[in-house]
Design a protein around this ligand. Sequence first.
Ligand code: PGA
Length: 256
Amino acid sequence: MKRRKLIAGNWKMNLDKDSAEKLAKDIYEMLYNRHIEEDILLIPSTLHVERVVDKQMVKGKKVYSVGAQDVSRYEHGAFTGDNSADMLSKSGVEYVLIGHSERREYYSENSTKLKDKLKLCYKYNLKPVFCCGETLPVREEGKHKDHVWRQLRQTLKAFTIDQIRNTVIAYEPVWAIGTGKTATNDQVQEMHNAIRWWIGKHTDKQTADSIRILYGGSCKPDNAKALFNCPDVDGGLIGGASLKAADFLAIIEAAQ
Ligand code: PGA
């Protein structure tokens, strides 16, 4: 089955309002006149979501979708600092990162919290980009597949086939994020294949064949093509290299 690739730029806690707006504008201009076969997703800070949404269709053609980096596990109410799924959805957000390793590590996001967030994403028609991946010690022990399967089992297993079908998975080995150390193509293909196998086992063949699995972790213009050529890689979740329009464009081109 041919899956449409998704190239997502995770801007993390970078860029002030003017530079976020400029980057969105530059990406729009670069993509506007091209025939792009991939889905493009920009994931700015929640503070800048609406500005980036405002730039996604300035000349009548929508060039990218907008995502959020996180969502509250609560639906509404007295949760100071949180943004609800309803708020994000009504601000034009279409995708939400769930369980990025930085949130798992610095904000103690465990599977109970992630399940609450996933539930609200599905309720408010937000597509979750569910992040998983092992740390270096886990890989060195040879337990990387078991680790990722456990992350999937502890969260996604609670949801229906239709909900899982509406999910994007991002495999991001923690040791490759922001380190300049990319997993080899063989390591990436092995893990993506293992994730697809797990999805098939817990849903059905059609879901396993159609679900998109992105690679993330030091994906750059010079290694993107080889990574995207792996049969089970359906695009990338790009951090550092998504902050420069030219680099992000080069990565999009590598997917074509
Ligand atoms: P990186 O980040 O491309 O800077 O390694 C990827 C991510 O954390 O999503």
